[in-house]
Design a protein around this ligand. Sequence first.
Ligand code: CP
Ligand code: NVA
Length: 301
Amino acid sequence: MKHLISINQLTQTQLLDLLNLAKAIKAEPAKYSRALAGKSVVMLFEKPSLRTRVSFDIGINKLGGHCLYLDQQNGALGKRESVQDFASNLSCWADAIVARTFAHETVEGLAEYGSVPVINALSDRYHPCQALADYLSLAEKFDDLSKVKLAFVGDGNNVCQSLMYGAALLGATMTVICPPGHFPDGFEVQEARRIAKAHGGDIVLTSDVNDIAGHDAIYTDTWISMGDNTSLADIKAKFAPYQVNKALMEKAGASYFMHCLPAHRGVEVTDEVMDGEGSLILDQAENRMHVQNAVLVTLLG
Ligand code: CP
Ligand code: NVA
């Protein structure tokens, strides 16, 4: 494993090893407190962030490493300087690059032209660190991830696409419930189904919210992702039946609710569900740090 660009580039063993290492780091942090000693990680963010930025920064610190944050004030990627030059220069000093970009091709470019590991901290196509944290959170509730029935409801976006690849590699069957026209990308669905079938799982797509019945966990995300200029007024009516509220959770029979955050309370999810007993949102947020530390230790350790 040289980079973490997308979950579909991992093997099932690599995915399970990352989850197991994350559990070990979470259980015994002191054992890993020098794991990144002498290592410097640069974080390049073209978009805002709370969880990703803070969990990488504090996580790297807990591993004894050093982290440097560059926002767009330091030059938007590819504008003041080409992605190629950005990557080759950063590789002279940094031991790894963590990047949150608009275009997924920018993350790929950093990996192509740099000589150090690149970690995708969210692009328009994927959010692998999020999906890893989500499966770690589910692993803390269920012994066998291949048997977990996860339903993603809402916009078939970057988070959904990384979750599909995670389910596929784990051999689980995941249901993706989206309004017509808002499904994940066709290529990603085909690829996730191919991987799922090879591991005994499947990816089921539907627009019928009644298909939510019989799932263990319900996941939603914002209806409008960063970089998408759609106005809420234009899509609100279309998405309204897909709001995760108490009635939908009851229809699902699900014990757990998941959201990568930031959430729009009262839009894609109600307060009652967000703050309810089965909400895993803070487990997911905490596990971002542990799983990212597992990625860093694997790539740099
Ligand atoms: N879930 C997540 O990536 O949150 P941030 O956008 O705050 O980093
Ligand atoms: N789909 C969301 C995830 C935010 C963490 C976005 O890309 O904005």
